[in-house]
Design a protein around this ligand. Sequence first.
Ligand SMILES: [Zn+2]
Length: 293
Amino acid sequence: MAEQLRLMAVHAHPDDESSKGAATMAKYVAEGVDVLVVTCTGGERGSVLNPKMDRPEVWANIGEIRRAEMDAARAILGVEQAWLGFVDSGLPEGDPLPPLPEGCFALQGVEVAAAPLVRLIRQFRPHVITTYDEEGGYPHPDHIMTHKVTVAAFEAAGDPERHPDLGEPWQPLKLYYDIGFSRGKILALHEAILAAGMTSPYEQWLERWEERPDKGPRITTRVECAEYFPVRDDALRAHATQIDPDGFWFQVPMELQQRAWPTEDFQLVRSLVDSPLPESDLFAGVRETAHAR
Ligand SMILES: [Zn+2]
């Protein structure tokens, strides 16, 4: 009797699930995997990035609107979703940087902030968890905190001595970081855009690349999911305050994106199963183990 496979994706804000690993989630949902998105904060301090939504009545109800947007994206991706209940830290700007607002997610103790995630892991019992790398994918304090909390909860959830009040221990088998941008991917998209006679927005990014290390060599796992890129884009557009539907990304022909870089990429950082690298499946080694139990 095959055990139901379960995937948990831990994100910082509503909309992150639709921009990082969304097509991978949609693919696993289509295969019958249960997928739970955990959103650490309510995104209350996010900006309104869509000019059409930059209106006083939107700003006045931003928390409520972002919950409704998350509901819509959840339905499009076909996933379940849970809020961890922390308050958005905001992205500090200025020189010197202002202090983080009192009580926000990034100021919590890691152990304390990981506790509700330990509870969720023990309830949902994921075989595989995805989150951000130690730099948060990009350096937002909530993204870095999401990384720390997920790593701590991955370690604690299976330990009967830790948080005995938060449910039966459950040890997830694999932990991955999303590798959203590698030099290879940006270069492939850049060249495909130029070949199509369009202006590439990646020109300056590629010129400045030497300033940051390439995460390409960290990739262990490439999941083919181009078929689900349109689902990803629909989910992104559901976050209407956060996404400008007239922005450049939506002008790049879908067929070009699917051809230039048909995978979403991950780094396997913890594994309790045997799975030779490189892989093409987050559940490599897990299917055999889970089904044998
Ligand atoms: Zn975010």
